[in-house]
Design a protein around this ligand. Structure first.
Ligand code: FE
Ligand code: FE
Ligand code: ZN
Length: 283
């Protein structure tokens, strides 16, 4: 099955977001658990969640991806910031069990803010060891980062080092962002097979659970993190189509985080990807 969607707002509730997804030809979507800059999450509304379950059922939505606020930094040098990250992660993971069990929750690992990647890796792993619960059904994903500023997780080695220190690592996976790995120096345009081999060798391909599908405004290795619409950036449409068709990736859920002002831009990209998707035995 081709599981394709984009980032959507849940400002009008989860049921409305699922209807938005269906209206643009998507069968999955990503949402921020709360204001991306942090703050308190909106109270969950049980009638909205019931309506959400009904829309998902009728529209064939079986996969959703939550995204943590991107200001979270469990590897900060300030203890209040680390404390806030822990509280938010724990609260988000609890809420995920109510929103829809068995789903995915993605976070940016953190920034080392001058302490060095090694210190940050230990702090991030410690945070995960604090918030992960044995009985949780949600899989927490660490996103591959572009490496702007002091971001941790722009190499596969850094992500592997974090996961290696997590006790409940069966609850942990990776979300590969095509813009970020490209900006991080992995040439998925000329050498997708080689990059995936490296991912498998360093992290293990079975950890890969979701793809953020974005083009990049900048050349490979730029460490900038400026997303571009599919085909208008430096990765190119054909290389991104190769990602959605790759045998090791094609059953994963794909999420567009491309810069559009309205839903029609996403609808168009989803339609073009559906047309470019190769029809194998499983689709
Ligand atoms: Fe992200
Ligand atoms: Fe992303
Ligand atoms: Zn990004």
């Amino acid at each position: 099955m081709f599981t394709i969607g984009c980032h959507l707002s849940i400002a009008k509730g989860f049921a409305a977001a699922a209807r938005d997804a269906a209206s643009i030809g998507a069968n999955t979507f990503q949402f921020f658990t709360r204001n991306p800059r942090g703050g308190k999450a909106k109270e969950l509304n049980s009638s909205d969640l019931q309506a959400f379950a009904d829309v998902c059922e009728s529209e064939g939505i079986t996969r959703i991806l939550a995204h943590a606020p991107y200001t979270l930094n469990p590897s900060s040098n300030k203890s209040e910031t680390c404390q806030f990250a822990l509280q938010t992660l724990a609260d988000d993971l609890r809420r995920m069990e109510h929103i829809m069990p068995g789903q995915l929750y993605n976070m940016h690992p953190g920034s080392h803010v001058g302490q060095g990647a090694g210190v940050a890796i230990d702090k991030i792993a410690e945070a995960l060891n604090t918030v992960l619960e044995p009985q949780q059904t949600t899989t927490l994903l660490l996103e591959t980062m572009a490496g702007k500023g002091s971001e941790v997780g722009c190499t596969f080695e850094e992500l592997a080092a974090i996961i290696d220190c997590v006790q409940l690592s069966s609850h942990v996976g990776v979300c590969l962002d095509t813009c970020h790995v490209w900006d991080g120096g992995y040439d998925i345009s000329q050498n997708l097979a080689g990059v995936l081999e490296e991912f498998d060798r360093v992290i293990g391909i079975e950890r890969l659970r979701a793809i953020h599908l974005n083009d990049s405004k900048n050349p490979c290795g730029a460490h900038k993190d400026r997303h571009e619409k599919l085909g208008l950036g430096r990765i190119g449409f054909d290389a991104l189509v190769a990602v959605v068709n790759h045998p090791a990736l094609r059953e994963l859920p794909f999420f567009l985080e491309t810069p559009h002002d309205d839903l029609s831009g996403y609808a168009d990209e989803i339609m073009r990807l559906r047309n470019a998707r190769e029809h194998g035995l499983d689709s």
